[in-house]
Design a protein around this ligand. Sequence first.
Ligand SMILES: Cc1ncc(COP(=O)(O)O)c(C=O)c1O
Length: 449
Amino acid sequence: MPTIQIRTEIPGPKSRALMARREAAVPRGPAHATPIFAARAEGAVIEDVDGNRYIDFAGGIGCLNFGHRAPRVLSAVRDQLDKFLHVCFSVTPYESYIAVAEKLNALTPGRFAKKTLLVNSGAEAVENAIKIARAFTKRSAVICFEDAFHGRTLLAMSLTSKTHPYKAGFEPFASDVYRIPFAYPYRNAPGTSAEEFAHLLEDAFKRVVAAESVAAVIVEPVLGEGGFIVPPKDYYRLLQEICRKHGILFIADEVQSGIGRTGKWFASEHFGIEPDLITSAKSLGGGFPLAAVTGRAEIMDASGIGSLGGTFGGNPVSCAAALAALETIEKDGLLARSIAIGKRFEERARAWQRKWPLIGEVRGLGGMCAVELVRDTQTREPADTETKEIARFCYEHGLITITAGTLNNVMRILVPLVVTDEQFDEGLGVLEAAIAAVAERKHAAMSHA
Ligand SMILES: Cc1ncc(COP(=O)(O)O)c(C=O)c1O
């Protein structure tokens, strides 16, 4: 049976009926990238309620690096179901929470003593990382970046850059948050060096907020929602040096880039840095909600007993799934697979770029890869409606994708790393057909004008 199999028009009748119920019962706030409803999933393939099959390039937004229903995860979860579901780590602790903490303490970069706090979501991890940094430094200001995404809760949203749809109407934001430009060479002064970009931080200490008031700088090593932007190699080393000089903590938000996505456990490793605190989530939980803050032991212990945590943080089922997910990435060679996926994507995407000026930039780190789409390679006008059309073409032809970018013009790949070469090529074939349809229609329209 081929991986892609379309039985009905998309969306099919069952998905359409569910969408009508969704519209009546669920607010508009939570968006959906596709109008199709999932029935089951396996590996890198999703089947919808109408029996249509899709290759999944989204992985639930990067939460399934080890694949849908990874066998080790299923078996660990079944074992846990037979023992206990929830007792609350703050009431009756259990071993699996400690085992996840030990594992993250060992896997995160930095050869120093570490401790890990478990929570429920990426936003909660970000909130806690800032709380911990403030408690340790006894300072309040936080510096974040343009094009960053850190979540939707009050402080995380305040750290997030993009106004629509994430911030508009939700003012006032949390105070003492300051934003500087990110090293995004394609758009922010092309040709700017890592040193010049890093210097913007020193400059902010003169113009925006005094260094001695700053608790932490928080940054995604590869910007996720902001468009899979990879800064120059030396950028973070330079930023971290500046932070150290001023007693400021360096927090790497690895919610999207961590847990093997870029071909290393954490993207920070590609840049040779050792962040003071690292947040992880998404693929950490094996498909269940789980997030973490991992950091230097003395920093993590700065806040008092009872100051951190929450009812469900480090839920036993999530912990069991997490341990099995991490084992799967390790034993099944998924870090190397991520690098191979990145290479396969890059080769194909470079050929698209040679053919169609719609592809402005091809970029990525391992299996965290993307293309940025533009109307004109000179002006770099963002091709946002075209990006939307491409995503639509994809799901109508059996490929689930998600877009990204502050300017809504990036197609990003977060495919489960267990995808086979055949499935990946098939998915890339659909993406290529989508880009071709949009690029050639634009070309035809221009030649008739
Ligand atoms: C880098 C980063 N930080 C934080 C978050 C927020 O995570 P969550 O949606 O689990 O709250 C996300 C989500 O996409 C993210 O990509």
